[in-house]
Design a protein around this ligand. Sequence first.
Ligand SMILES: Cc1cc2nc3c(=O)[nH]c(=O)nc-3n(C[C@H](O)[C@H](O)[C@H](O)COP(=O)(O)OP(=O)(O)OC[C@H]3O[C@@H](n4cnc5c(N)ncnc54)[C@H](O)[C@@H]3O)c2cc1C
Length: 413
Amino acid sequence: MTPTHLDVSAGDRVLDYTRRFQRFHEDVVVPLEVELARQKVGTPWQPALDDAGRMHPQVWQARREVQRRAAAAGLYAPHIPVSLGGGGFSRMEMMHVEEFVYHTSGLGLGLAALAWTEGPAPHLVHAGAAVRRDFVEPLMSGEITAAFANTEPDAGSDVLGMRTRAERRGSGWVLSGRKAWITNAPYCDAAQVVAVTEPGAGTRSLTMFLVEADRPGFRRGPDNRTILDDGMTGELILENVQVPDENRIGEVGQGFAIAMTFINWRRVCRGGMCAGWNRLLVERAVRYAKARQYGGEPIAALQSVRHQLADMEADRYSARATSLMAQAELDELGPFAVPLAPAARRLISVLKVVNDEAFFRIADRAVQIHGAAGLRLGSVEEKLFRLARNLRIPAGTVEIQRNAIARELVAGA
Ligand SMILES: Cc1cc2nc3c(=O)[nH]c(=O)nc-3n(C[C@H](O)[C@H](O)[C@H](O)COP(=O)(O)OP(=O)(O)OC[C@H]3O[C@@H](n4cnc5c(N)ncnc54)[C@H](O)[C@@H]3O)c2cc1C
């Protein structure tokens, strides 16, 4: 496909959203951030952690309050189809929304206002009536949070190597296995678990199930502490957990495709997220370079610093341009269609690898320009550098993205 007519503008719905978000940020988010700072329990994205690695409950409660109030204000789920109660925004619209939210919020509580891994995701169009009523509705209103449980201690990139089993028992299913590196594992009210239902059946071997956290046999394992140090990642253990068939999300054997819908959503969200944070880092680096002195002159006068600023801007602009083009093309192809068009798979991987790597280079240069201040624990540059380093691994490593791009190029040649 050679696009000749792609429109990458934001449009009226985005303008309406960003105006409302700005007001919400000032009226709701900032006062909560001020209150959190007063309590000395860490910051939203660098919370105080207990010995087990769990975030301070007051930080979690502040995030939850933002989620609930954002949902009530119609800001939480613009990306979800109208049929599930969301805003029905296109990927192009979401790219602009995410860029605005990430630039405005920085590392603050405002990020919780837009549903993320723990909130509703596009794959939920495959949920049946019972899951919609008991899970999707409270998830949409921010009453509960979820986890997406695919990875295991011995199976990350190798999704089809997973061992968690779901076996039919009577009219329901029994799940057993262990999931690792799961975002929101310590706090989720329910997990969307991918399990083997037909061993050896390749991409038809998996099925997705909703598993509520209060079911007997559902246990939270140890936290997996990561470079992010945010108390959000951990293990989930399933020991003969019984779920009714109505908890199945999608058809039996469709779990791989539906899990990929969730993962691809995480991948395409990189576009606006990195655009927002990259812009913040470039602005902050320019400001710092103009203020910091060497020999009575701002370091912004030094060619080596100017070139780093120029490289940051070139990376920011080109990653954003790639994302805008890719989101527009994806809207035409159907970004979450099952089955997904091969060209969409390539575009999603191009978008992720370009953003992951540009953001990492930008965050690295941002630290360098700030000198020791950029390394200070808890500083914006230090935290975004750790976030950028992290992003090259979850939702499919940058190597896995290259595999997908090359696969389609070679197959299509
Ligand atoms: C902070 C964080 C949050 C996460 N959240 C979730 C979550 O909510 N839900 C969830 O299910 N998972 C989650 N994950 C897991 C994440 O998706 C996996 O870590 C990721 O897919 C990589 O798997 P792995 O860690 O097992 O690495 P491996 O797959 O073991 O890879 C190790 C190295 O080998 C390379 N490699 C492996 N296979 C290939 C190949 N075929 N071709 C080329 N290179 C290859 C990789 O690129 C990598 O460099 C999270 C991880 C982190 C760090």
